[in-house]
Design a protein around this ligand. Structure first.
Ligand code: SF4
Length: 98
């Protein structure tokens, strides 16, 4: 006579193991960052984004919405999810870091 709890546990394990190759075949991937923000991006244009700030004392690196590393040349910005902006950049949504 089989132990039903062992069968249930084995079945659950096999389902979990089977799911991994199915996801791999389906091409599932953790979303990658899309790269650098283009100045031609419609939202970037609407906000006047530039890759090199012409506004004294204001750039992406010292903007509250920027989350790049202090020594990085670029990093993420809350306004442009999935894209990096240049640390030297600027747009009209600039806000000073607290
Ligand atoms: S809001 Fe504008 S200035 Fe601030 S980090 Fe983003 S692109 Fe740069």
């Amino acid at each position: 006579m089989k132990d039903k709890s062992i069968d249930k546990g084995r079945r659950a394990l096999l389902k979990g193991v089977a799911a991994v190759p199915v996801l791999a075949i389906a091409g599932y991937q953790i979303p990658a960052r899309a790269g650098m923000l283009s100045v031609d991006d419609p939202t970037a244009q609407a906000l006047g984004y530039v890759e090199a700030s012409a506004t004294e004392g204001q750039n992406c690196a010292n903007c509250a919405l920027y989350s790049g590393a202090a020594d990085a040349a670029s990093g993420p910005c809350t306004i442009f999810p999935g894209k990096d902006v240049t640390a030297a950049g600027w747009c009209r949504s600039w806000n000073p870091k607290a």
